[in-house]
Write a protein that binds this ligand. Sequence first.
Ligand code: NAP
Length: 440
Amino acid sequence: MRRMAVAVVGSGPSGAYCTQLLCEDESLDVRVDVYERLPAPYGLLRYGVAPDHTKIKSIASSFAEIYADPRVRFLGNVSVGVDVSLGELRNHYDAVIVACGASVDRRLGVSGEELPGVFSATDFVAWYSGHPDAAVDRFTLNARRVLVVGVGNVALDLARMLVLTPEELRRTDVPQHVVDVLSASSVREICIVGRRAPRFAKFTPKELVELGAHDGADVVVDPTELEHDLARRGEPADPTTRRLLATLGRLSERRPAGRPRRIQFRFGLQPTQVMGAGTVQKVRLDHTDDPSAPPVDLDADLVLRSIGYRGTALDGVPFDRRTGTIPHRHGRVVDGEHVAPGLYTVGWIKRGPSGVVGTNRKDAMETVGALVEDVRSGRCRVTRVAAQDPVDLLRARGIAVVDWDGWRRIEQTEAAFGAQLGRGSVKLHDWVGLLRAAVQ
Ligand code: NAP
């Protein structure tokens, strides 16, 4: 049997773990092409994980080993669905694994949401992460009061980024314009609002402790909101929820220490309207635990909605619009009642936007397990003999494919650029700079 050819669409954590598991499987003789829309690999590890979470970011070095494997080709700057169709990939490869993530923001669906000053977390994260699609001047941060809607870990990332000191920012790889804007920001108050009671907050105790420990801001939790939750629902049985409430409880007992900024948590409030003349000024919120209570208006010059991500459809792949995911059975893509042969999915586009980086390894084990089982049973047949290398096809179409050496050159340029600024590596944040560095 000739060597099996697999295409992985997306080079983020779920794509990287799939590639690793495919290469590690001793029953397979495989080569893997990893397609990536951006010139740089690692998906949300590079463009989502907060820049100061350097320990998590360092997982990139193990992903680099995977992508440097001689059986693997990284094909960056190739947009599947635009530069090459999914159908073409399916003709060229024995199996295709869709690992393209869920990168679009969700909307509140309230009036005034379109006002200037209202942004999504995805916008802000992309900007501070130096994503090449994010305009340099997208954020000026001359707002004083910021309202963050949603109480997940991304909301905590946003708040923490807004209070990092210039020294802390300079120790990250964020572009210099991001360091400059965040360092000069007028933000003084950040209010983080959850629509349900404190116990239903999605952020994790560890991340909350980290925020509470930061010298850049006093963290304020209203003890009456916690008491109300306990009185109404009693002690939670689940240990993680107990830890979460205990952490919020400890924060609620703290006295402000005169830190430069203030981060306040509010719970049980659902935004119903964004108000302002020409730009956002207030957000109206209803009490969800007490519909008879009058709504509250919170002042805000900047609103960040951090209410989760959504996947988008990829042409040629079945898609469930309601969940924003690809329908599947154990990672095998399902089209109506039928399993689409040789087509698999993994990561956020498979299971929705949840979990930490490591969650994707378990997810990839399921998907690659299904693929291996299908090869053994003959459901996924290693028969196609590609007439042409897809890379030749792409180059013939004028696509400047960034291979692994190209990415290494980008990395070297980022390191050299950072050194000039007296910092560690600093991200190149624009398409032209990235593509130029890739061919230097
Ligand atoms: P998330 O954990 O799903 O949190 C979304 C928040 O938005 C929830 O509080 C949710 O409330 C709220 N929400 C949703 N729709 C809403 C609406 N229409 N109105 C008001 N509130 C609404 O999502 P995330 O923060 O984007 O994080 C995504 C995943 O990445 C999570 O698994 C997260 O743990 C992970 N992550 C991890 C880290 C880390 O480990 N350090 C950092 C960042 C992200 P309900 O609960 O009521 O729906």
